[in-house]
Design a protein around this ligand. Structure first.
Ligand code: SAM
Ligand code: ZN
Length: 351
């Protein structure tokens, strides 16, 4: 018998998958569920059930459904629900079938690897919220290009800002899957931590909103030579970098809309009991400027052959120059800004 405690739940894991390193992901999931005042939640791939059990107990969500296709996991789920004296519904179904048959206010996808095979059914099932974890960062971020193309029907690109590339590849697919059903996503919180992407989407119903939302899809024209990039709304790149004249590469379609909703994140921050790490992550996400992608401070300095100064000073200088600029949770060396690479380079060079 392998007994564990996480949050307010004591549970067994024998016969199912349990990764203690995903606790931060679950901590934030519980807090978001509480902040949003959920009444119904499906943990579509439950394994031991720890995620949904915590949502039931710690976020006080009344109707929590736990599901896993594995019979061993199902038996464990029944046991863990009973031992914690909770009234969760438990099922042993293929998530895709369950999601096609039933609607839930909030659907949470936490598969092994890519959530891509579950997005069509989850998009149909989710009435108000869709939470997604993706652990296949290599395909998402452009490191495994062919797999990225197959799973996400887009052209990812490995760049300095590959972590945000991954998040926007995933969001791009979610937006297109929802659009097929006349729905659209409003990303409330998106983070890339360790080796996974996690996003919390509000789901809006309506063809008009879906049409408008598709305008948030676009492309990035990237220069491998200088690291500069421009955002495009259509797939027609100039082919030549405006900064250094080298040939460029195109990535996309990607989600280029907002990925954080600071008001919601502040509601989550107002909930008690967040770990210091979760709190720091949420504060950084809430304060990031909404300029897609970021520059890597050290990469640019290396290319310019200058010693990096303090990153906060660069951010401050860009702001003083009238630009939006911030640090980013995606990368400790990342600078998010609406400034051009040229302007960033000026801000990097000592006066
Ligand atoms: C990463 S684990 C889930 C971890 C769990 N949510 C947690 O936070 O500890 C993925 C689970 O998905 C289950 N699974 C795989 N394919 C499935 C499917 N088609 N439908 C439902 N569950 C599935 C596996 O049995 C496994 O338990
Ligand atoms: Zn260039």
């Amino acid at each position: 018998m392998t007994q564990h405690t996480e949050g307010a739940i004591t549970f067994e894991t024998e016969g199912a998958f349990y990764n203690p390193k995903m606790m931060l992901n679950r901590d934030i999931g519980v807090t978001m569920s509480r902040a949003l005042g959920l009444t119904e939640y499906l943990d579509a791939m439950s394994a031991s059930g720890i995620r949904g059990l915590r949502v039931a107990r710690e976020a006080g969500v009344e109707n929590v459904a736990l599901n896993d296709v594995s019979p061993q996991a199902y038996e464990l789920l029944v046991k863990n629900v009973a031992e914690n004296d909770l009234a969760c519904t438990v099922s042993c179904r293929n998530a895709n079938i369950l999601l096609h048959e039933q609607h839930f206010q909030a659907v949470d996808l936490d598969p092994f690897g890519s959530p891509s095979p579950y997005l069509p059914a989850a998009s149909r099932s989710a009435l108000n919220y869709l939470f997604i974890t993706a652990t296949d960062t290599a395909p998402l971020c452009g490191a495994h290009l062919k797999s990225g193309i197959r799973k996400y029907m887009t052209m990812p690109l490995r760049t300095d800002y590959h972590r945000e590339m991954g998040a926007r590849v995933l969001l791009g697919l979610a937006a297109r899957e929802l659009a097929r059903l006349d729905k659209s996503p409003v990303p409330m919180l998106t983070h890339v931590t360790d080796h996974y992407v996690r996003t919390y989407l509000r789901v809006i119903k309506g063809a008009k909103a879906a049409d408008k939302c598709l305008k948030s899809l676009g492309y990035v024209e990237h220069c491998r030579s200088c690291g500069g990039f421009v955002l495009l709304s259509d797939p027609y790149p100039k082919g030549v970098c405006g900064h250094c004249r080298a040939a460029t590469t195109l990535a996309g379609p990607l989600w280029l809309g907002r990925i954080q909703e600071p008001d919601i994140i502040h509601m989550a921050l107002a909930c008690q009991g967040l770990s210091p790490r979760a709190e720091k992550l949420l504060r950084t996400c809430a304060s990031e400027v909404e300029a897609p992608m970021y520059y890597d401070h050290h990469s640019i300095c290396e290319r310019l052959n200058i010693t990096p100064g303090k990153i906060d000073d660069i951010v401050e200088r860009l702001r003083l120059n009238g630009r939006q600029a911030s640090r980013t949770h995606f990368n400790g060396l990342g600078i998010k800004t609406d400034a051009t690479l040229q302007e960033v380079e000026v801000a990097l060079k000592p006066a």
